[in-house]
Design a protein around this ligand. Structure first.
Ligand code: PYC
Length: 310
């Protein structure tokens, strides 16, 4: 199996580019991977080859022939619905391989088709799937923290977005932020607070003012399913934030929102309205760098050929 590693604003993406055969279409491929070949996920993501923050991407032929590729994203515990840092990483990987050149490229993900525009300076702008705010100022009782209030929004994953509560958004608080957001996630589940149609809210996002010197409108911390935090500002999380800003009228169509993540990297966000709809199309720009090309060796004598805990 051949992989290419990249990172988008510090958040890694490990893309399989050869050595596996998947059925056509991102949704069918995800079904196949999760039911028949989950060892690919565990071999790529779990230690000793991977680590908890690693996100994997398996490319497949798209069901929609207008797409340049299909892709299935996954992490240390499951398959992700959407992943924009990963989409940016996949685009950088395809460009590195010479499979695409600057311009617009449609990509079939398991949450829908996104359009990625690769620029000459290697930045990638992704127009995401329709996103929206489902609830405003929802309250949850969190043991040890009390009442926590946040918005619930869809940006390709379900997010609970908290502003001005919890530990300050600073790198030295990463352990405290992880503890706080994990407790919120647990409390949402226990109290039956969900996204639409009972969907689990599996990403928790906390916002605060940006660290002095950062040219950003806000800084965030995002807890992903599996308890790793996003090193980047999280593309689907930025999309959920844009949906909330659009709904509250705090950002106008076409205006730029600069979202910094916990390590200080920045995604530029804006949105396009959808006529006769409360939903918006988030537009998120970031940059990924390829930083490795590897052939994986699966040795049948190795007790951890498929990863620890697989
Ligand atoms: O950038 O959308 C994203 C993402 C989701 C989980 C990790 N990164």
């Amino acid at each position: 199996m051949k992989i290419i590693d990249s990172h988008t604003g510090g958040e890694p993406t490990r893309t399989v580019i050869a050595g596996i055969t998947l059925p056509k279409g991102a949704l069918v491929a995800r079904d196949f991977l999760s039911k028949e070949a989950d060892w690919i996920r565990t071999a790529l993501i779990n230690e000793p080859r991977g680590f908890d923050a690693m996100v994997g991407a398996c490319l497949c032929d798209p069901a929609d022939p207008t797409c340049v590729t299909g892709v299935v994203f996954f992490n240390n515990v499951s398959y992700l619905q959407g992943c924009l840092h990963g989409t940016i990483g996949v685009v950088a990987t395809l460009a590195h391989l010479g499979r695409i050149t600057p311009g617009d490229h449609r990509i079939e993900t398991t949450s829908g088709i996104v359009t990625a525009t690769l620029a000459d300076d290697h930045s990638v702008t992704v127009k995401n799937i329709p996103s929206y705010r489902l609830a405003t100022a929802a309250s949850v009782e969190v043991p040890d923290y009390g009442t926590v209030t946040g918005d619930i929004a869809w940006g390709g994953n379900w997010f609970f977005l908290i502003s001005g509560q919890g530990p300050a958004i600073r790198r030295e608080n990463i352990d405290d932020l992880t503890q706080f957001t994990s407790s919120v996630r647990q409390a949402l589940e226990t109290q039956g607070i969900t996204g639409a149609n009972g969907a689990e809210i599996d990403h928790i996002e906390v916002f605060g003012p940006p660290l002095n010197g950062l040219n950003a409108d806000s800084q965030n911390f995002v807890l992903c399913p599996g308890k790793a935090y996003d090193r980047s500002p999280c593309g689907t999380g930025t999309s959920a934030k844009l949906a909330c800003l659009a709904a509250s009228g705090d950002l106008k169509e076409g205006e730029i929102w600069r979202q910094a993540g916990i390590i200080g990297t920045i995604f530029n966000g804006s949105f396009q309205s959808i006529p006769d709809s409360e939903k918006i199309l988030p537009i998120v720009t970031g940059r990924a760098f390829v930083n490795g090309e590897t052939i994986l060796v699966l040795n049948p004598d190795d007790p951890f050929q498929f990863g620890i805990n697989s």
